[in-house]
Design a protein around this ligand. Structure first.
Ligand code: SF4
Ligand code: SF4
Length: 226
């Protein structure tokens, strides 16, 4: 069994970084990236353990996006929403931006726009267009053995193939994010975790049901469309 504390520290040091001036201008950004790096380390750890125990390989790979269509509930939190807005506004390439705007117009019933299926609005040709800042819930959903079939939610069809995240990593990621929600003090953050981080869970939203109209408006304003 890996030393979880060491793995968490290492992952925080090795997190994804954007330009230093961006991270200095946006104090929430390093917090989000550090938390995601801990989540990703937890997924790697759990996947290695599963593969060793069960001798089965992770099925998830780029371009395999049935889960982004099938899942009805994909929870995410205000800090993650901030990251997604920022990424769409400042980091997304021009083609992906145009496709996203088209999708959002369709989702919000704007005449002439293509009507979308039930997929997450950020799914583009089987891949996530906000991949570096995709929510923790997306990062933690992983399947072993065979890839999910169209319409299959393996949580119900073969729960044994679905990765179970390691609690310590998830808790640490919440611990890192709590100052964004006004809980600065370390003792209070520990207390919130012991109580099940209810303060945060009460703020959970759903990627699939979220109203992205404001994001569309901001993107269109930025691109000069009235
Ligand atoms: S969860 Fe299923 S659909 Fe999603 S990437 Fe993994 S195998 Fe593919
Ligand atoms: S945010 Fe990305 S990974 Fe998550 S459901 Fe949407 S497309 Fe899939």
């Amino acid at each position: 069994m890996k030393n979880i504390r060491k793995a968490i520290k290492k992952s925080a040091r090795e997190r994804l970084r954007f330009q230093p001036e961006e991270e200095a201008r946006l104090p929430w950004l390093p917090v989000l990236l550090e938390a995601y790096s801990v989540i990703d380390a937890g997924v790697r750890h759990a996947a290695e353990d599963f593969e060793k125990r069960q001798n089965r390989r992770l099925a998830c790979k780029k371009g395999c996006g049935h889960c982004c269509r099938t899942h009805a509930d994909i929870p995410f939190y205000p800090l993650e929403l901030t990251g997604i807005y920022w990424f769409c506004m400042e980091k997304m390439g021009p083609e992906a931006r145009e496709e996203l705007k088209e999708t959002l117009r369709g989702r919000h019933g704007i005449a002439g726009a293509s009507v979308q299926d039930g997929a997450c609005v950020f799914l583009q040709v089987g891949s996530c267009s906000v991949h570096p800042v995709r929510p923790a819930a997306c990062r933690q959903f992983n399947v072993f053995g065979r890839p999910c079939g169209p319409g299959e939610d393996p949580f119900f069809t073969r729960r044994g193939d679905v990765l179970t995240p390691i609690r310590e990593y998830t808790d640490r990621a919440f611990f890192i994010m709590m100052p964004f929600y006004g809980i600065q003090d370390e003792a209070q953050r520990e207390k919130a975790l012991k109580e099940g981080a209810f303060v945060l869970h009460a703020q959970a939203m759903n990627m699939k049901k979220h109203n992205w109209a404001e994001l569309l408006k901001l993107m269109e304003q930025r691109d000069g469309i009235k």
